[in-house]
Design a protein. Structure first.
Length: 260
């Protein structure tokens, strides 16, 4: 078990100038049955910045009445030179953002706000345990792709079936576990708890959790109470709340900092 005071990692908050960018869909791809990948393009992306894999930005999409509403999404990848920004949309019983992605085609416009800031993780971290559902999978994919060869990563991702699994390129020593459960079970913690029951989380292990809020809380409690993992070595976020539109619990404990 990692001890509370042994050089716990910190989150350094970096603020970015808040901008709303007017972008166009360059390509729309059904990455897997449960994930749509949209690559956006636009001159406004020349100075886009996102320093942490679990950053989020606001997408402006129309609701059923045509009113513009905002939803949180992860900058899955970006390229300032090519002026592109990749967003992965988990497919579920559609709200406005999912509905936008389901009908998106090249040439469609989308406004994106932020990220307002990045919470950059600093510290001597030898091992990562990353746990996510479909909504956290874009951030998880970015984490494993950005980590270097000197760290171990054990990642757990829940998706409906084998056809929803994704391939990640990583320099890190990555062990990827796919948890299969139906979309109907997305707000149940049990499939995750069964999968992570025996995961090793010794000295220097940082645990990151992004899933439905109740699920994320249950996983956090498991590590905190049963595995006695210190809070400073964890970050848990509820990326959506079952039964509530436009809801999240971005900071449900651990080393998470308040949104910038
Ligand atoms: C920091 C952060 C980063 C995020 N990054 C991503 C990302 O990169 N990709 C991504 O797909 N999502 C991401 N999300 C989650 C996304 O913001 C929510 O899923 C959002 O509710 C989707 O908006 P919507 O308009 O489709 O649905 P809403 O109108 O918000 O919700 C409609 C209904 O759908 C339910 N619902 C929402 N999400 C799901 C789901 N995944 N499965 C089943 N039911 C659901 C709600 O509970 C509600 O009942 C992120 C959230 C946060 C907080």
């Amino acid at each position: 078990m990692t001890s509370e005071n042994s050089n716990a990692p910190t989150l350094e908050r970096v603020h970015h100038e808040l901008k709303r960018r007017d972008l166009e869909a360059k390509s729309v791809e059904r990455l897997t049955p449960s994930m749509i990948r949209v690559i956006l393009i636009g001159e406004d992306l020349a100075d886009f910045t996102s320093l942490a894999a679990d950053d989020h930005m606001k997408l402006f999409v129309p609701d059923a009445s045509g009113m513009m509403v905002m939803r949180d999404y992860t900058p899955r990848a970006y390229d300032n030179e090519a002026r592109t920004l990749t967003v992965d949309f988990a497919v579920h019983d559609a709200g406005p953002a999912t509905a936008w992605a389901l009908s998106a085609k090249p040439g469609d416009r989308l406004q994106v706000g932020g990220p307002r800031g990045s919470a950059v993780l600093k510290g001597d971290i030898a091992r990562y345990v990353l746990i996510a559902d479909e909504t956290g999978l874009p951030a998880l994919g970015r984490w494993v792709e950005e980590l270097g060869a000197d760290v171990e990563v054990e990642a757990f991702a829940a998706v409906p079936g084998a056809e929803d699994e994704q391939d990640f390129q990583s320099d890190a020593k990555l062990t990827m576990h796919w948890i299969h459960r139906s979309e109907k079970e997305a707000a149940r913690p049990e499939p995750f708890l069964n999968a992570v029951k025996t995961v090793s989380c010794g000295e220097g292990t940082y645990i990151w959790i992004a899933a439905e809020a109740r699920v994320a809380k249950a996983i956090r409690s498991f590590f905190l109470e049963e595995r006695k993992h210190p809070l400073q070595w964890m970050k848990a976020a509820g990326y959506w709340v079952h039964g509530q539109a436009d809801s999240s619990e971005k900071s449900i404990g651990g080393s998470s900092a308040k949104p910038a």
